[in-house]
Design a protein around this ligand. Structure first.
Ligand code: AHM
Ligand code: MG
Length: 333
């Protein structure tokens, strides 16, 4: 069987598309290389203790960094030099990341969460890198925050890397959702899940139910629906919650189901839920919609929300179409 890499797939399937420009291919190539480096470090995470790298420096005399910080640096370092971006935004950086004058620039904007779910690293649970790509609106002036604060529907591509039992890349440029698995022996992501479609109705609900007491009545009604033997499915959905968005989303994308991170009152500083619109909700929403699913904040389509700030948080209900429609129905009553 012919093995197809991400870039080959992009070129074969999008010949007529503006995404098949050398610049976009370059962007994706650099991002993939960054993810391979992160994947290698994630896979070695457990060895740090075994090998006795307990102090500030490792045997090479290098600083031992927290993995999320490491992943952030790898992506920024590589992507600043790619010559195709005008700015980046990371979950780990408070402000826009500019491209230094000494490097070439382009019209693309990259927003990313370098290592989502990183609190799970020490217990060998899957984590991931999430990315969202826009084009700037106006290329004649210097880049500003308003170039980055575009609604999710304007994304030209989005995806994630999951560092799990294998490392996978799942992405869309608006032409289907495709999954590639890293073959460590050849060092390439090879097409393993072409044209992913999420089942129209799922069997799984994923939510941190311990926040029940911090939820409003509608949210409780939503969660009660999925647990109820009297729901439209006629039996309770199974609860699966890893606490790692990429892993929870990826499972539900393939098996069908709904992931929820509702607004809650547990932290008065974050009344709109925990997940970030730009680097978490938007890219997952683009993927789910192109796989036939839906993503809403309860009432609004995630991709239609006009962002007001870089690190804006948003309630998220995402997954199989019928399940998300049910949430919209309950919130709309
Ligand atoms: P992080 O970006 O700081 O890693 O937090 C995001 C993670 C998501 O991966 C996951 O869905 C969520 O936090 C879990 O939060 P909670 O522990 O409140 O259920
Ligand atoms: Mg995150």
């Amino acid at each position: 069987m012919r093995q197809i890499t991400v870039i080959e797939h992009l070129l074969i399937h999008q010949k007529a598309s503006p995404m098949a420009t050398g610049r976009f291919t370059r962007l994706l190539n650099e991002l993939i290389l960054a993810a391979k480096i992160i994947s290698r470090e994630v896979n070695k995470a457990g060895l740090v203790d075994v090998l006795g790298f307990t102090g500030e420096t490792n045997v090479q005399g290098e600083q031992v960094q927290k993995l999320d910080d490491y992943a952030n640096r790898v992506i920024i370092h590589r992507m600043q030099r790619a010559g195709v971006l005008c700015a980046m935004a990371s979950e780990e950086n408070a402000d826009l990341i500019e491209i230094p004058d000494k490097f070439d620039t382009g019209d693309y904007i990259l927003i990313f969460d370098p290592l989502d779910g990183s609190s799970n690293i020490d217990v060998n649970v899957s984590i991931g890198t999430i990315f969202s790509i826009f084009k700037r609106k106006n290329s004649t002036q210097s880049v500003t925050l308003s170039d980055v604060l575009q609604k999710g529907a304007q994304q030209v591509a989005a995806g994630y890397f999951i560092y799990g039992s294998s490392t996978m890349m799942v992405y869309t440029t608006g032409n289907g959702v495709h999954g590639f698995t890293l073959d460590p022996s050849v060092g390439e992501f090879l097409l393993s899940h072409p044209d992913i479609k999420i089942p129209e109705q799922g069997k799984i609900y994923s939510v941190n139910e311990s926040y029940w007491h911090y939820w409003d009545e509608k949210t409780r009604e939503v969660v009660s629906y999925f647990k109820s033997p009297q729901n439209e499915r006629g039996r309770p959905y199974s609860l699966r919650y890893i606490g790692s968005l990429v892993a929870d989303f990826h499972r539900n994308l393939l098996y069908g189901g709904i992931f929820m991170y509702p607004a809650d009152k547990k932290d008065p500083k974050k009344p709109s839920g925990k997940l970030r619109l730009l680097c978490e909700a938007n890219p997952m929403a683009l993927i789910v919609e192109h796989a036939g699913g839906m993503a809403i904040d309860g009432r609004r389509r995630i991709l239609d929300i006009e962002p007001q700030e870089l690190h804006q948080r948003v309630p998220l209900f995402i997954g199989s179409k019928k399940d998300v429609q049910k949430v919209a129905e309950i919130f709309g009553k």
